[in-house]
Design a protein around this ligand. Sequence first.
Ligand code: ATP
Ligand code: MG
Length: 419
Amino acid sequence: MRPVSGGIDFGTSNSTVGVMTNGKPRLVALEGAEPTLPSAVFFNFENNTTCFGRKAIASYAGNVEGRLLRALKSVLGTSLMADKTRIKARSIAFTEIIGSFLEHLKSALDRNVGQPVEHVVLGRPVRFVDQDDTADQSAQDALEQAARKLGFRNIEFQFEPIAAALDYEQSVSREELALIIDIGGGTSDFSIVRVSPERAATSDRKDDILASSGVHIGGTDFDRLFSISQIMPHLGYLSPTKDGKRNLPAGYFIDLATWPRINLLYTTKAKNDLRSIRFEAARPDLVERLMDIVEHKQGHALAGEVERSKIDLTDQDAARMALTLTDEVLDIALTRQGFDDSIERAVTTISQTITATLADAGVDASRITTLFLTGGSTSVPLLKETVLAMFPGVNVVAGDMFGSVGLGLALDAQRKFGA
Ligand SMILES: Nc1ncnc2c1ncn2[C@@H]1O[C@H](COP(=O)(O)OP(=O)(O)OP(=O)(O)O)[C@@H](O)[C@H]1O
Ligand SMILES: [Mg+2]
């Protein structure tokens, strides 16, 4: 049997799998004909099955009793990584859940090529963890271990923006100095790469990669910041206690705005705490909304609405978010300005990281000929405007927003494994 390799882009929000066919990279269908699979896992408590992707999100939204996990990649490298989480009567480590998601991707890959694939290039952000090399390495190790358990024998890693550069390079007709900008759900990643049709054919590209850097900020952070600033005040966040001496404690509001922390609100302790917070509150009616959301496990639905509104605000100046509670519909008007204000500092950090990448490469912004944009969050208007303003007159290429990294990983796998 001919050895076959593949590339897996395990994303915070969406995952893809790339393979080579007749010398060209292509994405494997992962859910029906869809080449992307939302990185979501749902444990169905009613029939004790596990499902993935859009099906996972739909089951949860359809009120099937169970547990939904999203943004699992952001657990890598954090203290949560070794933790176990309760899935009905069992306790399962987060790394094990990541393993079952990867297994689902691998089985689609194996089925697609008609044999078990043993060689893989896994994409990774330039930084899993900011400013902590040990934690960053342990994040990669955990991913490698999970992949090895699935039967991959040869496992290599590649920076996601380098993979995107390899994909972009397929379409260039002359040498360019490209800044690859990949801003996804969890991280913002940058590489400055010399690309050209001739260089694409060479195997050692070290000299062509001038710099890579990244920061742990992405679309899920935008969702969280947007929710904290524009939604949570409607549930009592930043409102005072009855005695007017202080504001209500912020923790549970922040948890509700943060995808992987939503489940922490569904414990008996949290529910008891919320009762005492309501008792103390000058506006108990607002806290009752929060309690209603928790009681009916609407936290993920709320976070989903926040994300949808964020995406609406990419093309519109205003949007509405609605969530049906027991006694009312929580209907909130949102604006692009409000969104921009809530993410402004995060956007500044991202642009500072770009400046640092240029410094690291030792090139001036004016020498960059092309910006290659990929990742869902490169659509965010404030972010796009801020980045483009740093490179006046540059050629801007919008890549396949969700597929570039997976395609580039397939190219890299062929380069690394020759198969
Ligand atoms: N039109 C849009 N406007 C703004 N944000 C968007 C849009 N479309 C998608 N997004 C955001 O893009 C993010 C997902 O992008 P993508 O699929 O590239 O991430 P990922 O590859 O899973 O994450 P990462 O590479 O960081 O691990 C989500 O946060 C989503 O809300
Ligand atoms: Mg990505």
